[in-house]
Design a protein around this ligand. Sequence first.
Ligand code: C5P
Length: 232
Amino acid sequence: MKPMDKIILALDFPNLAAAEQCLAQLPELTWVKVGMELFYSEGPQIVRTLKDRGYKVFLDLKLHDIPNTVYSATKSLLGLGADMLNYHVAGGRAMLAAAVQAGTETPGKRPILLGVTQLTSTDQVTLEKEIGITRPLGEVVLAYAQLAKESGLHGVVCSALESRAIKDHCGAEFITVTPGIRLAAEDAQDQKRVVTPKQASASGSDFLVIGRPLTKAAEPAAVWEEIKKQLL
Ligand code: C5P
């Protein structure tokens, strides 16, 4: 895999038209991430459109429902052409296994199926007082990553700061996909713990999800070159 094939551009835009200027400046881009905002505004066709343009698509819809529904939904999303999907590990082993089964049954596809351990917006207090889990957050993340692996998922979405521990726990081949990337710490915005592309790559992260550093840049092409310098 070429170093820049690790980059997943988070298309956090209200519609495709708003993303065009940024996409036009990134001819080497391989992966895009479509989240709920764009998927719900443009509809499922957005996946086909991006696939027709040659992108690999991470459809970040964080599925969480009963196993049968997740199985069917996974089939629908893979039918659109999604290459990467994700699931709340809190849905449990049977739900995750249903997703994996749908993945293996879809002809001609080798989708990457990921778990979401705990949202980065969840802190220890929320975990204990609202979700009702009293174990330390770090321990829960590792236990959920382990459950994802045992259920047949290929990896998890996590902070690059957790990548190493997750790989130590689940094995080097277990994929980590990491958001919270910034070229300079002072541009963190609402991300609490950020790392540079170089640090994320050194920590073993397989894919780096990058949004605002590219999407809000006056010159996305220049930022792309800077990221490239760090990864080569
Ligand atoms: O703009 P920024 O680079 O912060 O975008 C990061 C992307 O990764 C956003 O689409 C955000 O929703 C997503 N994400 C995240 N933290 C997670 C999971 C997903 O920032 N734990």
